[in-house]
Every structure is written in C-alpha cells, then in structure tokens.
Design a protein around this ligand. Structure first.
Ligand SMILES: *[C@@H]1O[C@H](CO)[C@@H](O)[C@H](O)[C@H]1NC(C)=O
Ligand SMILES: *[C@@H]1O[C@H](CO)[C@@H](O)[C@H](O)[C@H]1NC(C)=O
Ligand SMILES: *[C@@H]1O[C@H](CO)[C@@H](O)[C@H](O)[C@H]1NC(C)=O
Length: 520
C-alpha cells in the first residue's frame, strides 16, 4: 500500500513540474553571406513546446527580438531587419519540430550585420530557460589576382589583390616548396558594405623561385589561392615578344573546396548529423542556400559576393564573332550561319590525346581594345560538352597539330577541356585546373592592350582564369569543338538586355569572310 502511494506521488510530480533546460550545440554556427542557416535550440527533456513562449533575441535585450512565438503562433514583434527572413524550423528531420521541443531558428539571406550572440529563451508556466549561440558570418572573397612587374635590378615586384572577404582576411605568400615569402606591404580596406579587400606586394628574384603563390584566408575557414609562374616572365631573348609571358592561375577549385569544408564544418557546429556520406541528403534549403551565395542578384549581395561577376559589364565589349570558313580543318562541320562548329560525322579520333588539329578560327581580327564573346557548350537536353579548346591565336599561326606546337611563344593562348582528363592551359608544362561546375556557357574577354585573356563561367557568373601576356600583330578567336560530344560548340551573340534570351540571329554575312576590328 505504501509503495503505491509513493508511485502516485512521483507520477504527480513529473506531470506537473514541467521543468526543462534550453540546449544549444557548443561552438558558433558559421554561415555564408546570402545563405540560409539554422540556429539549433531545443528543450530537454523533450516535450511539446507549442504552448510555450519562445523568444529569439540578440544583444541581451528583448528589444532586439528576432522571432517571438506565443499562444501557438508567431507574433508580430521583431527587429525590422528580420522580417520575412526568420522562422521556426526543425533542426533535423528527426527532431519532431515544436511538438518534440525543437525551437530552432531559421534565418534566410544572411547578411554581415546578422553576426551576433543569439539568445534562445523558452518560457513555460512554471519554468523558463535560455541558452546562447553565436552566429558567425563569412564571405569568401574573389580568387587572388597576381601581377608581376619587373624592377630595374632584375627582380620582380609581384602584387596580389582580392576583395569581398569577411571577416578580415589574412594573406600569405609562398614560393616553390612552400617557402614562405615576406610581404613588403599588406593593406586592408573595408568597403561600405562591410566586406574587406586586401592588397599586398613582395619582391622575388627569378633565380630563387618559379611559382609564386598568394593565399588569402579567413579564420572561418575560407581560403583561396592564386599562383603565377614568374619564369615565363623573364626573357633572355628580348627580340621575341612572346617570351615575356606569365600566366596567372586563379584556382577556382578552391572555391568548391571551401564550400565543401564549410558544409562539413557547419554540420558539426550545428550539432547536426550529416544525413548522407557526402551530405547528399542535406535539407534542400541548405543546399539552395549555398548556391544562392554565388548566384544571388539582390543588391547588397551583388556587391558583397565577388564571385558574382558583372557579366553585363563584360558584354559591353561584346563582338559578333563568326567562324572563318576558309581556314578550317576538313574534319570539321560549320553551320550555315558560321556560328556553330563540330567534329564531322566522318571523323574518327583514335589517339588518346585531345584532337588539337580540329581548330577553327574567328573571322574577326583584333589589334587593340577589349573584346568579349560567349560560347554555348550545352545544347539541352544534352549535358555540357566535355571536349573543347577555346582561346585566341596570333593570326596565321595555324600550323600546330600536336600539343608542343601550341605554346604561347608560338602565339596560342587557350583553356582546354580534355574530357575526363579535366581542364588545362597551354603553358609549358601544362597546368591542370579543376573547374566546377563544368561551364555551360563560357565567356572570353580579350584585352589586347593590357595583354589579358580571361575566361568566365557565364551561367554561374564566375571568373575562371586569367592569362597575362603581351600581344602583338593581329589576334583571332580560336575554337576547337573536340571530338565525340553531342552538342556542337556554338558562338552566341550576347543578349543586349539582361534578361532577353540569347539571340541567334546573325547579320547577313553568309560567306563569313575575315574582317578587321581594331577598337571595341
Ligand atoms: C514581408 O512580406 C510581406 C508579404 O509577403 C510584404 O508585404 C512585406 O513588404 C515584406 N516585408 C519586408 C520587410 O520585406
Ligand atoms: C610594387 O607594386 C606595388 C603596386 O602593386 C607598389 O605599390 C609598390 O610601390 C611597388 N614596389 C616597388 C619596390 O616598386
Ligand atoms: C595570418 O597567418 C599567419 C601565418 O599563418 C599567422 O602567423 C598570423 O597570426 C595570421 N594573422 C591573423 C590576423 O590571422
């Protein structure tokens, strides 16, 4: 009899005293500018939180409320900046949501100003509890651009710049074998939108190093590196204008890597279990959030996400390019409007190597100014082409059949996608790049006077690669559609309006004869 009474009492106790503690994961949550993030918070022991009062606020003050939930619904009491950007969202599929005591906060379109210590406060009839969680915001800046200039004493002044970083980035210089170089100067600048740009220079003697690299990183784990081969830049034979060549590689692969690291990092930090081996099953909004960082077009993100290139600016230099029918490999087929080229159906390539001989040239020649053109590499529903070579060539240097003849000193500059072998440039030795995702539309900018050739992923609005050189004589666009792809390589005329579809109409130029263009 006694024991029954005790049991009853215990029951009463657990039913009435709904005591709980608010819990958050240890450590900060890190989020990309523009992304969507969940700040996890739950009550323990788990119980239904629908009847509780839930308040998320910042700066230790209810006036800075992010989200307020009471009487079973979200109340209209919050800082203006969080309006329409905040919600209560389960931290995982298994949490049971509010019914299971999960009071996690979701924030969309993260901005730098969101960074703060957040409080998760839960109040019931007989108990309340709160917990603190730090949100750190991060923005990966642009890939560093290196620029070497010769000094009178035979050394080089190599400068490095990059922008769009948050928090404050750190710059490190290294030469071959990871030897650290000392920067002569580092300057940081903070723009009105809160993002940092960094500029640094150092001097290096060509006898000491071949590759100089500059790496910019943040404490939040973002990192990007640029490299320059300074050997190509020094010339013993000054009569050859093609020798003083250097190539700046902007390793965009690092962007993807940083993203991946951040994913894993965030999963750990938010206390979430990675749902699949590769985060394959991450909630859609999270995946989407990451992509938004690069593709977003909202006003502040345009300024703050530097990978978001302004393609419209490039298109101001757009040229109508056609293929020169007269100088073309017999193994290629050109469309009637001279805009598309592909390997002819009769052509069978057996060698392992890329079919370098399948070259086609632009009918336009450039001897000065800036010029821009775009190529379509995916004809839906086909996947993006695997095999292509795109760049420029010095007029009449059309001899090459094998790789060794296609060097910058012979007047070739290009980026090549060699199927499963990945992407490479025609430096000696070739440099392999990983570019992800595979471009569906490629933009090419030729700045003749600056000696610059740049490649862009138009769809992703991403800068891929810059090559620095010195041009002389006339320069023509170079195309090679490779072999075996379903889609042809197609020159598209840039849309005049930002959102009008690419027009494929061509000025009536049926013979596609060669022409000279000297100024944009
Ligand atoms: C929030 O959304 C409502 C309805 O969609 C809209 O009327 C309002 O302007 C939005 N507020 C802000 C600050 O964006
Ligand atoms: C090196 O170049 C930077 C600009 O990138 C310039 O500010 C600096 O003065 C130069 N240093 C020397 C020694 O010329
Ligand atoms: C920058 O990186 C260097 C080398 O890794 C390190 O010694 C230094 O403390 C870092 N500075 C900042 C501000 O993070």
């Amino acid at each position: 009899m006694r024991s029954i009474i005790v049991l009853l009492l215990l029951n009463l106790l657990t039913d009435c005293s709904v005591s709980f503690t608010a819990k958050v994961p240890p450590g900060p949550v890190v989020a990309h500018v523009g992304s969507t993030v969940i700040l996890p918070c739950w009550i323990s022991p788990a119980q239904n939180a629908e009847a509780l009062e839930i308040r998320w606020y910042r700066h230790e003050d209810f006036r800075y409320t992010v989200l307020y939930f009471q009487h079973g619904k979200i109340q209209d009491e919050q800082e203006e900046t969080f309006r329409n950007r905040s919600s209560l969202t389960p931290r995982s599929d298994l949490s049971g949501g509010l019914k299971g005591g999960d009071v996690s906060l979701q924030l969309e379109k993260i901005i730098i100003q969101d960074e703060a210590l957040f409080h998760c406060y839960v109040n019931g009839d007989s108990d309340y509890s709160s917990a603190e969680l730090e949100l750190k915001v991060t923005a990966p800046g642009s890939a560093p651009v290196l620029f070497p200039r010769p000094l009178d004493d035979g050394r080089l002044n190599v400068s490095c710049s990059s922008s769009g970083w948050y928090p404050e980035p750190n710059i490190t210089w290294t030469s071959d074998q990871r030897k650290t170089l000392r920067p002569a100067a580092v300057s940081l600048h903070r723009a009105a939108d809160g993002l940092f740009s960094v500029h640094s220079w150092t001097t290096v003697s060509p006898s000491d190093a071949q590759l100089v690299s500059c790496s910019v990183s943040t404490t939040t784990g973002e990192s990007k590196e640029g490299k320059v081969d300074i050997q190509g830049f020094i010339s013993s034979d000054s009569s050859d204008l093609w020798k003083p060549l250097f190539l700046t590689l902007l390793i965009c692969a690092l962007l993807g890597l940083a993203g991946l690291i951040l994913y894993k990092y965030r999963n750990i930090l938010t206390g979430k279990k990675a749902a699949g081996p590769d985060g394959e099953n991450l909630p859609v909004q999270e995946r989407k959030g990451y992509i938004e960082v690069q593709m977003s077009d909202n006003a502040y993100e345009n300024a703050s996400v530097p990978v978001d290139m302004n393609i419209e600016d490039l298109r101001k230099h757009a040229e109508q390019i056609t293929i020169d029918r007269e100088n073309i490999s017999p193994d290629l087929t050109v469309s009637g409007d001279c805009k598309s080229v592909r390997d002819s159906p009769k052509y069978h390539h057996t060698a392992e190597e890329f079919p370098y001989q399948l070259c086609a040239f632009g009918a336009q020649q450039f001897t000065s100014g800036r010029h821009y053109w775009e190529l379509e590499l995916a004809l839906p529903p086909n996947p993006p082409k695997l095999s292509w070579l795109i760049g420029v060539v010095k007029h009449k240097h059309f001899s090459g059949k094998d790789r060794s003849a296609l060097t910058p000193s012979r007047g070739f500059w290009f980026l090549c996608s060699d199927g499963e072998n990945g992407f490479n440039t025609n430096t000696d030795p070739p440099i392999t790049l990983s570019i992800s995702p595979r471009p569906e539309r490629l933009g090419v900018l030729l700045d003749y006077d600056e000696g610059l050739l740049e490649f862009y992923n138009v769809k992703e609005r991403k800068h891929l690669l810059s090559m620095h050189t010195r041009f002389s004589g006339s320069i023509v666009p170079l195309f090679n559609p490779g072999v075996g792809d379903k889609s042809p390589l197609k020159i598209v005329d840039c849309p005049v309006e930002e959102d009008s579809p690419a027009e494929l109409t061509v000025p009536s130029q049926s013979n596609c004869s060669a022409e000279n263009i000297t100024e944009a």
